[in-house]
Each structure stands twice: as structure tokens, then as C-alpha cells.
Design a protein around this ligand. Structure first.
Ligand SMILES: NC(=O)c1ccc[n+]([C@@H]2O[C@H](COP(=O)([O-])OP(=O)(O)OC[C@H]3O[C@@H](n4cnc5c(N)ncnc54)[C@H](O)[C@@H]3O)[C@@H](O)[C@H]2O)c1
Length: 282
């Protein structure tokens, strides 16, 4: 545990997918859980993979190693495991690698997501639809399934947290596959919470509003372009809509993640939490 920690996660093991992109939510959650004493397996795609997963939009192997190295430099324990969450065998291998290195899995954070593929519904082709759904929904399904299997085998509970979005609770123009995937993720969360409750495994989702990560920045550029305004103007408009008057920070999401992993959240399951400065209230 570091000086700034609030929850004692020592002895726990966490896996975070999509944690290899600098400035991302995954990086922040991994560092926070490590600061609370957890051993962390950080994971990401690592290499470009076809037209929808170019190097500019994904966490590369170097970035992923850098996240793990920063955690070790800060005194934590971290392992970097490349994993494409679209591939069930790779997700199973990610869990196995964490168990091999750290002995168990207590927290599974399904964070990998694609949000930069934007466009009007009428111009969205099947490949784009599949690319988004395969990461944001099918990938989370694999993460939940294989982590729960391991946790059930261990026999002493666990925590599964998936990163949804405010796009899980309302529509957004030009994001039909993304919004659909995030809405569905809440149904998956609720169902998994019911099925695993008897094993003391809690399953929850966190729904951020805008955070200027790599993904958030590309959404900003797209939106500003459509509206014919600058990104600064877009951000100012957005702040005006958010009751607490600012956009989200990666630390806001890491705070909620650490809480949900802690003993203090042991009676919380099947929830989809808005972390949005009051922009979403339902
Ligand atoms: N930034 C925001 O405003 C915002 C708001 C709401 C929800 N979210 C969600 O938060 C999560 C993290 O996003 P972020 O904003 O930190 O962006 P990010 O781009 O930094 O992180 C997403 C990560 O997912 C990884 N990824 C993509 N395809 C993958 C695959 N097939 N296998 C494994 N990893 C893959 C990327 O490489 C990247 O590192 C996503 O699920 C996103 O939808 C973000």
C-alpha cells in the first residue's frame, strides 16, 4: 500500500484489460489498484490489428510495458500480458498468466473498448459494427466468463467490474455500435451478478462521462469537426452541461474502481454506476 491509499487490497490480484494506452482509464485504474497493494496484470492489444485497430488508436506493447514498469518503479508488482479480448483463447490465457505469476485472481476489470469509430448510422457498415461489438461486448463477455470460472474455482469470491459509459444510458448521434454495446453491457452485468452472487462474486459497471483520454480526444475532434467549432469550445459547452462543472478525470474512475474492489463494497452488485459529475442521474 502507498501513502495515498484508502483501501487495503494487499494480497489481492487484479487484471485490467485495455490498460496499455498512455493517459487511459485502464492505466489509471491499474496504478491505483497497485497503490492499494494489489498485484496487477495489465493487458492490451499490443500490436495494430487490421483497419479498425491501427497503432494510433490502441495501446502498443511498448506503452503496455511502460505502464507495468511504472507500477514496479513505484514499488508495486505488475505483469504485462498482451491480449486481444476478441479472442476467447487469449482471454483465457490472460487469466492463466495472472494465476501463473500471482497465484490467483480477485478483481477482473473489463476496460478495453473501442470508441473512436464514429459516423452516422446510415454510413456504418457491418465491419465497423462488428469491430465495436466484438471488443466492447463480446470481449467483456469472455472476460467475465473466464474470470468468474477462476474465482469460482478459488472458492472465496471476487469482483468483476466493467467500464460502460454514459452511452449505456442514453443515445449519442454517430455512435450507434458504441451506444448499443454499452447498453448491452449493463444487461450482461446484471445477469452475471445474479448468476455469480451465490459464489460471493460481485459484478458491477462504471459509467464515465467524457474523460480526455486518447479515445476521448478522438471523439472530441470528431464532434468539434461536425459542429464546426474548436475542441476548446466543445469542452466549454460540455462543462456547462455538467452539474459539477468539469469533465471527468481518469482519477475519478480509478477512485470508483478501487472502492468497488474494496471490502467496503462487499454488499454492492448488479449496479451500473454513473461517474459523471451529475450529468447522468439514472
Ligand atoms: N474516455 C471517455 O470519455 C470514456 C467515457 C465513457 C466510457 N469510456 C470507456 O472506458 C474504457 C477505456 O477507454 P479510454 O477512454 O481509457 O480509452 P483508451 O483508448 O485509452 O483505452 C481503450 C483501450 O482498449 C484497448 N483495446 C481496443 N481494442 C482492444 C482489443 N481488441 N483487445 C484488447 N484491448 C483493446 C485499446 O488498445 C486501448 O488501450 C473503454 O471501454 C471506453 O469505452 C471512456
Amino acid at each position: 500500500m502507498s501513502e495515498n491509499s484508502m483501501y487495503d487490497l494487499s494480497g489481492k490480484v487484479a487484471i485490467i484489460t485495455g490498460a496499455g494506452r498512455a493517459r487511459g482509464l485502464g492505466e489509471a485504474m491499474a496504478k491505483r489498484l497497485a497503490a492499494e497493494g494489489a498485484k496487477v496484470a495489465v493487458s492490451d492489444l499490443g500490436v495494430a490489428s487490421g483497419p479498425h485497430f491501427d497503432e494510433a488508436n490502441i495501446g502498443t506493447s511498448d506503452e503496455l510495458e511502460a505502464v507495468a514498469a511504472a507500477i514496479r518503479d513505484a514499488g508495486g508488482e505488475a505483469l504485462a500480458v498482451p491480449c486481444d479480448v476478441r479472442d476467447e483463447a487469449q482471454v483465457a490465457n490472460l487469466i492463466a498468466e495472472a494465476v501463473k505469476s500471482f497465484g490467483r485472481v480477485d478483481h477482473m476489470i473489463n476496460n478495453a473498448g473501442v470508441g473512436y469509430l464514429m459516423g452516422p448510422l446510415l454510413e456504418t457498415d457491418a465491419d465497423t459494427w462488428n469491430a465495436v461489438l466484438e471488443v466492447n461486448l463480446r470481449g467483456v463477455f469472455f472476460g467475465i466468463k473466464h474470470a468468474a470460472e477462476q474465482m469460482i474455482k478459488q472458492g472465496d469470491g471476487g469482483r468483476i467490474i466493467s467500464i460502460s459509459s454514459q452511452a449505456a444510458k442514453r443515445g449519442f448521434k454517430d455512435l450507434a455500435p458504441y451506444v448499443s454495446s454499452k447498453h448491452a453491457l449493463i444487461g450482461l452485468t446484471r445477469t452475471a451478478a445474479l448468476e455469480f452472487a451465490s459464489h460471493n462474486i460481485t459484478v458491477n459497471a462504471i459509467g464515465p462521462n467524457h474523460v480526455t483520454t486518447g479515445l476521448g480526444a478522438s471523439q472530441n475532434e470528431y464532434r468539434a469537426g461536425v459542429l464546426g467549432i474548436t475542441v476548446e469550445e466543445l469542452m466549454a459547452n460540455r462543462r456547462g452541461r455538467i452539474p459539477l462543472g468539469r469533465e471527468g478525470y481518469v482519477s475519478d474512475i480509478a477512485n470508483m474502481c478501487a472502492y468497488l474492489c474494496s471490502e467496503q463494497a462487499s454488499y454492492v452488485t448488479g449496479q451500473a454506476y454513473d461517474v459523471s459529475g451529475g450529468e447522468e442521474m439514472h
